[in-house]
Design a protein around this ligand. Structure first.
Ligand SMILES: [Zn+2]
Length: 489
């Protein structure tokens, strides 16, 4: 069977002031897509002849996507599908939380255009991240989707393979399928819905049990992307029947899965140590027996799409005259330029960072000494780093927004993080390599665009009532995707 492969992968923190432009994506076309995806073996096993078209993948999450960039890729994908000749299926590689300026839900717009081009008969299966916000229209226009079953994510490859297997099964059926879809009034930060612990562990086990039933193609549990202020933001579940005969079972099981998730709504919690304020986190770190404590400035999490330039943490470290700390990092291209011009040992007085951060985290006036300079080699995607010593704090100032995902990344700034008592990072949960290295990690629920406390964020468009913005309301599961079928009770 001939299977087209295409996609756009992006996660939009809609509160973030940083728009995702074309330069923020890696775009692959044609055969290079296959090299990147690494599923040649599965394609061969399933007898699939791949027709790779275009895959645009964000280099790191940010705010909404530039409309012109998105439309360009969308139209290229649709034109490629039209030009591909007869197709037996389409596999879409998506994240599922892409908000495009003036378009709104990017994935829905994309499948709408693809269906319009290919008609209703060609099977379409998507690979998604479970931190996706699904619309009814999306659920009606694809045949099904496969979402990662690990968070933090470790099964991207397996999930794409699962999507291809679902596509093969759907093609053998020879008729359209539709997810029976239930949206829950539940906004979750990913940090409170990791899969090694409850309740996600049991919910995924229940999904597996449901999809083992005869006549059920698959069952998915979607955590949702809570930092997206749209009417379709939130958790959802989906169960797909193979045919009309099994549709009542799929609808019943979708409701059962949704009810199970709802029943556990108060059990979603952090699987790690949390501090409710910067001062509390600093107190605990200073009193800690561990040589080094990593503090995540979770409200300014660059891996969620926040600017990463909030100075709230640094200002508290300085105000409290903490003798030994590292801040990794703060983006400020102008300050990096001044440090590079001054050279190592120079003293600079600057208004540091805070230009994009959510108020009141504005630029912080500091005077510091340039301790270390890192200029990336040509061709590297690294940011330049100027390490500025401000009293007891070593601040890694970067030439653009950067993710410090490992101790090695921080060492590029001339600092061994494990030699310092407090290490502030602009993350949520520590990324796996940093987590492995950190003697202790504390998630700090700071304010900012990726605030883990959703009640402090300025939501305007989410459906209400919804947890945690509202409490004490009655809800029962309802199927809301109805294409092709009468809406049975
Ligand atoms: Zn995710």
């Amino acid at each position: 069977m001939r299977v087209a492969i295409a996609g756009i992968v992006q996660e939009a923190l809609v509160f973030s002031p940083i728009k995702a432009t074309a330069a923020d994506f890696a775009v692959l076309r044609g055969p290079e897509i296959l090299g990147h995806l690494g599923v040649d073996g599965t394609l061969r096993d399933l007898g699939m002849e791949p027709v790779p078209i275009l895959c645009a993948t964000h280099l790191s999450p940010s705010g909404v996507v530039d409309e012109r960039a998105y439309l360009g890729w969308r139209d290229e994908i649709v034109a490629g599908l039209r030009a591909a000749g007869p197709l037996d299926g389409v596999c879409l590689v998506l994240h599922g939380a892409m908000t495009v300026e003036n378009v709104w839900n990017g994935e829905t717009d994309l499948v709408r255009e693809i269906r319009a081009a290919l008609g209703i008969d060609v099977p379409i299966v998507a690979r998604l991240d479970p931190h996706a916000n699904i619309t009814e229209e999306f659920a009606n226009k694809v045949d099904t989707w496969a979402a990662f079953r690990t968070a933090p994510h470790r099964d991207a490859q397996e999930t794409l393979e699962r999507a291809l297997h679902l596509l093969a099964r759907r093609a053998r059926l020879g008729h359209r399928t539709h997810p029976s879809f239930v949206r829950l009034p539940l906004l979750l930060p990913g940090e409170r819905a990791t899969t090694p612990v409850e309740p996600m562990k049991s919910l995924l086990a229940l999904a597996r049990e449901i999809e083992a039933q005869p006549g059920i193609l698959n069952a998915e549990v979607m955590i949702g992307f809570g930092w997206s202020d749209t009417p379709h933001s939130g958790s959802c579940v989906a169960v797909v029947a193979e045919d009309d005969e099994h549709l009542p079972a799929a609808r019943r099981e979708a409701k059962r899965l949704a009810q199970a998730m709802w029943d556990r709504r108060h059990d979603f919690t952090y699987d790690q140590e949390v501090a409710p304020s910067i001062d509390e986190a600093i107190d605990r770190a200073l009193a800690a027996p561990e040589r080094s404590v990593f503090l995540s400035d979770a409200g300014d999490n660059v891996t969620a799409g926040a600017p990463g330039d909030s100075t709230l943490f640094l200002s508290r470290l300085l105000a409290r005259r903490v003798p030994d700390a590292v801040v990794a990092g703060l983006p400020d291209p102008e300050v990096v330029r001044r440090c590079l011009a001054g050279g190592i040992g120079a003293t600079v007085s600057v208004e540091l960072a805070g230009k994009l951060a959510m108020p009141p985290a504005g630029p912080l006036p500091v005077t510091g000494t340039v301790e270390h300079l890192y200029e990336p080699p040509g061709g590297s995607r690294d940011a330049a780093i100027a390490t500025l010593r401000v009293e007891g704090v070593h601040v890694l100032v970067t030439s653009r927004r950067a993710t410090f995902a490992s101790a090695e990344d921080i060492r590029k700034g001339g600092i061994d993080p494990l030699e310092h008592k407090i290490v502030v990072v602009k993350l949520g949960y520590l990324l796996p390599r940093l987590r492995d290295a950190a003697p202790r990690e504390i998630l700090v629920t700071t304010p900012g665009y990726s605030d883990l406390d959703f009640t402090r964020l300025p939501y305007r468009y989410v459906n209400r009532p919804i947890i945690p913005l509202d409490r004490d309301f009655v809800w029962y599961p309802r199927i809301t995707s109805v294409a092709g079928y009468a809406d049975a009770p």
